[in-house]
Design a protein around this ligand. Structure first.
Ligand code: NBP
Length: 473
């Protein structure tokens, strides 16, 4: 009697994923480096399904049906390589190793290539939704061979979240594609949270609304086009009162945002690919700024504007629109990054399908993602999401409010890097002529880097240090 699938690494994520599999009727081999976690899982949750506990990797692998399917859920990094190596040594060609951790996609590309040589399918699967998602239905983004998806896909789709009956799991693409898409998902999550934080901050400073009042505002917003998990839980956090002090919890939490690194990875990759993901980058940098207490203490004495609170509740609707417009920009940029990576690495990503599997299970789940899917359904080759009819219309409706919000924030000295950079991006893309022409002129002046002309073909250089005549290069 062999197990259908195995999970090694039984911390919060692995344990819940194993339980999710067992609850769906699969026989699950379970293993953890330290055997205590394996025993605890079977003792506490053994009644939920069929578990095959293994004290060592040899018996774990031996307890799996062929072709073997083993999911690794250990801390990403060197430990993952060690576990892969040990598993691979015990496996046979045709077997499948799935890394469900938060690996960097370049590591996944390297691991996939190495295991492919040995005939073993390596699947880098991004899994989103935290512990709760792992147990009740995550969003799953598996990358690897098509062949491996035939054996794994039905199980993953079975345990994934469902929206309108559609599973939040699909084949993403070869090698590192799944972990790449998961990384961009996390990057977009950073941008979403930054925009939410700016909305809160500006309304609190400019309109004088209390956290409890703002909880109500977010709750209202959650009934409209902004409906999403993050807006929903923002209301919960803002409503929370600290038991000890009686103050809003948000006022007693240290204002220093931490990060585990997937936002930074997204921006690093975007820099390599040459894709402006300003929304995500500003979010990563805003967290970094919050984490420099000495600089912040020193800078508190710097001059600010005289203006105090400027508005009442009338700003609420403007901020809602600015948030929605900036969110459209952040997602457009993230999808551009996936399109660029797809071209760079030959992944043939289906962007509409990525929006589909993010509709449930994951942190950025939102009604909004249906619109993105529809936009790509209409036109797979969309040059930018901003010009999809639904979004172009929303941006047109929002832009006056957006400009007002950015101007108000600047006037009263509330930093809104997310709103401001998103608006700058929007205006930049819209421009007929950009000052990039001047930059090209400067580059040609100091470095003879040449330029092209609007009125004729070819590459040109002006002899800046000589007679200033133009020559065709
Ligand atoms: P952790 O990331 O906290 O990792 C703990 C697990 O890794 C334990 O099972 C531990 O075994 C095992 N492990 C370590 Br550490 N080094 C090992 C090694 N050298 N060999 C074998 N096992 C080793 O667990 P988690 O929070 O459940 O996350 C698992 C993965 O899922 C991570 O890659 C994480 O980034 C990813 N992820 C997490 C979340 C989340 O919300 N937590 C969401 C999405 C993805 P031990 O018990 O013997 O120490």
């Amino acid at each position: 009697d062999l197990a259908d699938i195995g999970v090694t690494g039984l911390a919060v994520m692995g344990r819940n994923l194993a339980r999710n599999l067992a609850r769906h009727g699969y026989g699950v081999a379970v293993h953890n480096r330290s055997a205590g976690k394996t025993r605890a899982l079977v003792e506490e949750f053994g009644h939920e399904g069929t578990f095959h506990p293994a004290e060592d990797l040899e018996s774990f692998v031996a307890s799996l049906k062929r072709p073997r399917r083993a999911i690794i859920m250990v801390k990403a990094g060197a430990g993952t390589d060690a576990v892969i190596e040990r598993l691979a040594a015990l496996m046979e060609p045709g077997d499948m190793i799935v890394d469900g951790g938060n690996a960097h996609f370049e590591d996944t590309r390297r691991r996939e290539a190495a295991l492919r040589e040995r005939g073993i399918h390596f699947v880098g699967a991004g899994i989103s939704g935290g512990e709760e998602g792992a147990l009740n239905g995550p969003s799953i983004m598996p990358g690897g061979s098509r062949e491996s998806y035939e054996a794994l896909g039905p199980i993953l789709e079975d345990i994934a979240a469902k929206v309108d009956g559609v599973p939040c799991a699909t084949y993403v693409g070869p090698d590192g594609a799944g972990h790449f898409v998961k990384m961009v998902h996390n990057g977009i999550e950073y941008a979403d949270m930054q925009l939410i934080a700016e909305s809160y901050d500006l309304l609190r400073q400019a309109s004088g609304l209390s956290p409890a009042e703002l909880a109500g505002v977010f709750r209202e917003w959650n009934a409209g086009e902004l409906e999403s998990y993050l807006i929903e839980i923002t209301a919960e956090v803002l409503d929370q009162v600290d038991a000890g002090t009686g103050r809003p919890l948000v006022d007693v939490i240290v204002d220093r945002a931490e990060q585990k690194g997937t936002g930074r990875w997204t921006v690093q990759s975007a820099l390599e690919l040459g894709v402006p993901v300003t929304g995500i980058a500003e979010a990563v940098f805003a967290r970094a700024l919050s984490g420099h207490p000495e600089q912040r203490a020193a800078a508190r004495s710097l001059a600010g504007p005289d203006e105090g609170p400027v508005a009442g509740r009338e700003l609420v609707e403007d901020v809602r629109r600015a948030l929605y417009a900036s969110k459209i920009v952040a997602y457009a940029q993230g999808f551009d990054q996936m399109a660029a990576a797809s071209r760079e690495y030959g992944w043939d990503l289906d962007l509409g399908a990525m929006a589909t599997i993010w509709r449930g299970g994951c942190i950025i789940r939102a009604r909004f993602l249906d619109r993105i899917r529809e936009a790509y359904d209409e036109n797979r080759e969309l040059p930018t999401l901003l010009t999809a009819p639904a979004f172009a219309g929303a941006l047109a409706e929002a832009q006056d409010s957006w400009r007002k919000v950015v101007a108000t924030a600047a006037r009263i000295g509330v930093p809104t890097p997310g709103f401001s950079s998103a608006l700058a991006y929007y205006d930049g893309l819209r421009r007929d002529r950009l000052p990039a022409s001047l930059i090209q002129g400067l580059r040609d002046y100091f470095g003879a880097h040449t330029y092209q002309r609007v009125d004729k073909e070819g590459v040109f250089h002006t002899d800046w240090s000589g007679d200033r005549a133009e020559h065709q290069a």
